[in-house]
Design a protein around this ligand. Structure first.
Ligand SMILES: C[S@@+](CC[C@H](N)C(=O)[O-])C[C@H]1O[C@@H](n2cnc3c(N)ncnc32)[C@H](O)[C@@H]1O
Length: 315
């Protein structure tokens, strides 16, 4: 193995090797490369045929993905996209394709009440609003500066159906008891999927204690989300990290905590780098239905992600 990979924390490398014995080197290589830029259409400003026509007319080289619908890879540097009018007027949003997946599973519809519990900078809040401009969307973001960034992004993207709160998501259950049809919990996480060997800051603060702390935080956010969700409502949980303690482990805790009131909903992504959730980790067995969750393995244009969908079957 190239010694550059030994710059990553030893405990993380060990974890990755156990997790992905057959894809270990492939995953490691993605920490070294610069990922291709991807973006999606903003339906509030333009339709798909109109967007493609404009991009071609402005000489942008791009590849349209079959899934998710409305997503593209820039063939060339980000600068090429930034020069186009569609970028400058907010008709497109630069977002990693993996980060688009949770909202495709949330499947937002006009008329629904939707909560985005951990919202900034707003990639997914805007995605929800672009797909469902007549939905009633509420977004929480705890950090003041990040809340400002969220507000700015909503404005640039022409979104007007989102009410934001610069507050801890904990308050969602108090302010909106059993209110929402759908909730997205795109949780704060150890962001192992964003490790970049060209940027030591992305990995040098990682340690197992942080992973454990984050898993507590994720559970407390899900706890709040449960009480803000209507009976029959759906919740999507996602992270951009590999650690099972923040993924399957958190979902198992959630389903156990509200036993008989929550079920994991099967999800499928038509992509060849998506695998089932794991059911065994370091001597511990997760329930068999954790297989219904999904793990995205990173590649040249997708980051690592974890996605789970749940339904509140009774209040
Ligand atoms: C993974 S990021 C969300 C990314 C965002 N969903 C997007 O797609 O653009 C997690 C966000 O949750 C915020 N956060 C952390 N703890 C929170 C809490 N208790 N309540 C609300 N937001 C929180 C963080 O400040 C961070 O902005």
């Amino acid at each position: 193995m190239n010694e550059i990979f030994f710059k990553l924390p030893k405990a993380f490398l060990e974890k990755l090797q156990i997790l992905y014995p057959n894809h270990y080197q492939q995953v490691l290589n993605t920490f070294l490369i610069k990922k291709q830029t991807t973006f999606r259409v903003n339906y509030l400003k333009i339709d798909l045929p109109g967007l493609k026509k404009k991009m071609l007319a402005e000489g942008l080289r791009f590849h349209e993905l079959a899934f998710p619908k409305g997503a593209f890879i820039v063939k060339g540097p980000l600068k090429a996209l930034q020069r186009t009018s569609v970028y400058q007027n907010g008709s497109v949003y630069v977002q990693n394709v993996s980060s688009m997946l949770p909202v495709t599973m949330l499947s937002p519809q006009n008329g629904e009440k939707i909560l985005d519990l951990c919202a900034s900078p707003g990639a997914k809040t805007t995605q929800i609003a672009h797909l469902a401009p007549q939905a009633e969307i509420v977004a929480f973001e705890k950090e003041h500066v990040r809340h400002c960034k969220l507000e700015a992004n909503l404005k640039i993207q022409g979104v007007s159906n989102v009410k934001t709160f610069a507050q801890d998501g904990f308050w969602a259950r108090k302010k909106f008891p059993e209110y929402f049809d759908k909730i997205l919990v795109d949780a704060p996480c150890s962001a192992e999927g964003l490790f970049d060997l060209n940027n030591p800051r992305s990995y040098k603060y990682w340690n197992e204690r942080k992973v454990r702390e984050l898993s507590h935080k994720q559970k407390s956010l899900l706890h709040s989300a449960f009480f803000a969700l209507k009976e029959g409502g759906e919740l999507v949980y996602s992270t951009c990290t590999f650690s099972p303690e923040e993924n399957e482990g958190v979902i198992e805790w959630f389903v156990e905590k509200f036993k008989g009131q929550l079920e994991i909903v099967p999800i499928e992504f038509p992509l060849n780098n998506v695998f089932c959730g794991i059911t065994k980790w370091r001597g511990k067995h997760f329930a068999n239905n954790l297989k219904l969750t999904r793990r995205v393995i990173p590649n040249e244009f997708m980051e690592a992600f974890f996605v789970a969908k749940l339904k509140k079957t009774s209040a």
